[in-house]
Ligand binder design. Structure first.
Ligand code: NAP
Ligand code: ZN
Ligand code: ZN
Length: 347
């Protein structure tokens, strides 16, 4: 088994440090990818610090992976050595259950094999993510990345991109719809870009006054400062769709007051603790509070193709692997414009 350099958290309280993992020798359906860049998602922090519980350690995070194919198995179609390719949050699923048949592998009833902090479908072999020099993945879960996209800026599309694209498409954001995006971080900045590219009227709802100019540059038409009560009045009953990307506890009821009749607020952010919602918040206006988890593989490819066509990618700050612990601290302070992308050549 080939040994591959990586960065891992040995335990929930440990900083990330150099580590070695084994990748399987490629089978007939496998694609071997030399990782070029890996985005840093807030879910990496939640999991490496075991904020959601049940973490598997040592943990090699990273599920926004773009690399170059170095080898393919005999049965692989559509990928060859030298291609740019991506791997997102999943590396396998059962492929036979109802959600899998509907191309919603993220909701696999047997439990999808997540890229890290999980196991392969054998439920024994631990999965390790993209903070590593190489990944090996079944061809059904490998995405094509257009060579016209900058790989460092394309990497975050594999999670932040698809996670925001999927609800925008499901709830039909587009011309004539009002979309509010809450939280301008990695997910939030992709939500703004994608909603604007789909033709929606986009409002950025942020706690950071300093991000107003950026949010307009990213494509937002309006900006509301959520630390001010007046903002909730100004946008009362306004939005068809609110995309909530906040990673910390906050009052859903307050944000739902900005949803109009029959509108929906979709939770993407996963604060570590639950938040109460009052029934009246939803009853008055037949509002929906929903959630959404990444997106299926087919939909991820659609999003990547859309981004290549519209020249949309993440705004990234490229960092060396050894800067990862500092990057986590900076993300906790909201000090990232708007995604860190690790250059794996530095590992
Ligand atoms: P991020 O880059 O750290 O951005 C989070 C943003 O939330 C911050 O930039 C900040 O925006 C806002 N925020 C943070 N703390 C806040 C607080 N206490 N009150 C109000 N706003 C606050 O994180 P990310 O990578 O975008 O991830 C966001 C969340 O989505 C995480 O919980 C992550 O685990 C989750 N996630 C879910 C999925 C899914 O499939 N559902 C996929 C990926 C990630 P402002 O400065 O603009 O206020
Ligand atoms: Zn993620
Ligand atoms: Zn399944």
């Amino acid at each position: 088994m080939p040994t591959v350099k990586a960065y891992a958290a040995a335990a929930a309280a440990s900083p990330l440090a150099p580590f070695e993992i084994e990748r399987r020798a490629p089978g007939p359906d496998d694609v071997v990818i030399d990782v070029l860049f890996c985005g840093v998602c807030h879910s990496d922090i939640h999991q490496a610090r075991d904020e959601w519980g049940g973490g598997l350690f040592p943990m090699v995070p990273g599920h926004e992976i773009v690399g170059r194919v170095s080898k393919v198995g005999a049965a692989v179609r559509g990928f060859q050595a030298g291609d740019l390719a991506g791997v997102g949050c999943m590396v396998d699923s059962c492929r036979t259950c109802h959600p899998c048949q509907r191309h919603l592998e993220q909701f696999c009833e047997k439990g999808a094999a997540f890229t890290y902090n999980g196991t392969e479908m054998d439920r024994k072999t631990p999965t390790f993510g993209g903070y590593s020099k190489q990944v090996v993945c079944h061809q059904a879960f490998v995405l094509k990345v257009a060579p016209t996209l900058d790989p460092a800026a394309a990497a975050p599309l594999l999670c932040a991109g698809i996670t925001t694209w999927s609800p925008l498409r499901h709830w039909k954001a587009g011309k004539g719809t009002r979309v509010g995006v809450v939280g301008l971080g990695g997910l939030g900045h992709m939500a703004v870009k994608l909603a604007a590219a789909l033709g929606a009227e986009v409002t950025m709802l942020s706690t950071s006054a300093a991000k107003e100019a950026d949010s307009r540059r990213l494509g937002a038409h309006e900006f509301g400062l959520t630390s001010q009560k007046a903002t909730f009045k100004r946008f009362a009953n306004h939005f068809d769709l609110i995309i909530d990307t906040i990673s910390a506890p906050h009052d859903y009821n307050a944000y739902l007051s900005m949803v109009r009749v029959d509108g929906t607020m979709v939770l993407l952010g996963v604060p570590p603790a639950p938040t109460p919602v009052h029934a009246f918040t939803l009853i008055g206006g037949r509002k929906s509070l929903a959630g959404s988890l990444i997106g299926g593989i087919q939909e991820t490819q659609e999003m990547l193709d859309f981004c290549a066509e519209k020249k949309v990618a993440a705004d990234v700050e490229v960092i060396p692997m050894k800067a990862i612990n500092d990057a986590y601290e900076r993300m906790m302070k909201g000090d990232v414009r708007y995604r860190f992308s690790i250059d794996l050549a530095t590992l």
